[in-house]
Design a protein around this ligand. Structure first.
Ligand code: HEC
Ligand code: HEC
Length: 264
């Protein structure tokens, strides 16, 4: 926690950074108060913080159901995930880079994104079709199944590693870009309690596509949480995005000290 806050502070250099810091501190606060707080609908402070960046679309109330559901059952989830394997890989390690790896992703994050696809908060025609028939419990069971798998690392492009690593670990204070590891953790495992997704080993092509979407102002809903990445990605240029995406693909779950592909 302490390194996360330390990495965070230099980013608060202008109003835009302040907005996301505000949103993020709400997230931190929710996390700190634990289980009980997660079941309560979004607090008033959260919606206030979201206002400057929030689009006009209605907020999906359904996420509260996702939070309130019983923990997923990975065994039940395996059967329910049969249809997902065609694109995401049977164990969540997709071979086609346009489909994100789900292996090792946090249960709650998977359930939350499935709910986002179902409600249309996150727009994708294929995934809307896949998520629509799922109940909240199905989403958790499937989430628990993929969370129990380990993501297989990809390979970072050596020519991009240094720039990607710097951005990931330090951000760029002068441009108001926070370190990615402040939220996604040093090894890219993320933070399940705060709903910061795992990024480690993810296909660079997918990471790049998502960062470009965020850069262009795409949001995944109205919650303060969903405003964080668009605010950050707006400040990334094409080269930042390519470099950090490649670095992320090379991150390894088991190595918590340093990614093996990056030479310091
Ligand atoms: C026909 C291919 C296809 C199938 C089948 C499919 N997906 Fe997807 N899935 C995608 C694509 C494409 C994306 C990326 C969408 C985007 O970029 O927003 C995606 C994204 C996701 C994400 C978001 C991951 C992230 O890191 O944000 C989740 C979660 C997910 N799918 C779960 C599932 C589940 C569960 C099933 C089975 C019920 C499933 N998918 C079936 C193509 C598919
Ligand atoms: C203040 C916390 C925070 C920081 C700092 C941060 N992120 Fe994120 N990131 C998030 C949150 C929250 C989400 C989930 C977005 C949502 O649910 O709408 C996310 C999602 C993502 C995703 C989509 C992952 C997926 O599979 O769905 C990518 C890619 C990403 N972040 C990359 C980055 C990069 C690269 C950096 C550094 C330049 C960064 N993030 C810095 C909080 C953060």
């Amino acid at each position: 926690m302490s390194f996360r806050l330390a990495g965070f502070r230099p980013a608060v250099v202008n109003a835009v950074a302040l907005v996301f810091a505000l949103s993020a501190s709400v997230v931190f606060a929710q996390n700190a108060t634990g289980q009980a707080a997660q079941k309560t609908p979004a607090p008033a402070a959260a919606s206030t913080a979201a206002k400057p960046a929030a689009p006009a679309a209605a907020a999906p109330a359904a996420n509260d159901d996702v939070m309130a559901a019983k923990p997923g059952d990975a065994t039940a989830g395996q059967g329910k995930a049969a249809a997902c394997g065609a694109c995401h890989g049977v164990d969540g390690n997709s071979s086609d880079a346009q489909y994100p790896k789900l292996a090792g992703q946090h249960e709650m994050y998977i359930a939350h994104q499935l709910q986002n696809f179902k409600s249309g908060a996150r727009q994708n025609a294929i995934m809307m079709g896949m998520a629509t028939p799922l109940s909240v419990q199905d989403m958790h069971d499937i989430g628990a199944y993929f969370a129990s798998k380990q993501s297989l690392p990809g390979v970072a492009d050596q020519a991009l590693v240094a720039q990607g690593e710097k951005l990931y670990r330090e951000g760029d204070t002068a441009r108001g870009i926070p370190a990615c590891m402040a939220c996604h953790s040093i090894d890219g495992r993320g933070n399940p309690g705060a709903m910061y997704p795992q990024l480690t080993s993810q296909h660079a092509q997918y990471i790049e596509a998502k960062l470009k979407d965020f850069h262009d102002g795409v949001t995944w809903g109205n919650e303060p949480h969903a405003q964080i990445m668009p605010l950050i990605a707006k400040k990334l240029d094409q080269q930042d995005i390519t470099a950090v995406a490649s670095y992320i693909e090379g991150l390894h779950v088991n190595d918590t000290r340093a990614p093996t592909t990056a030479s310091p």
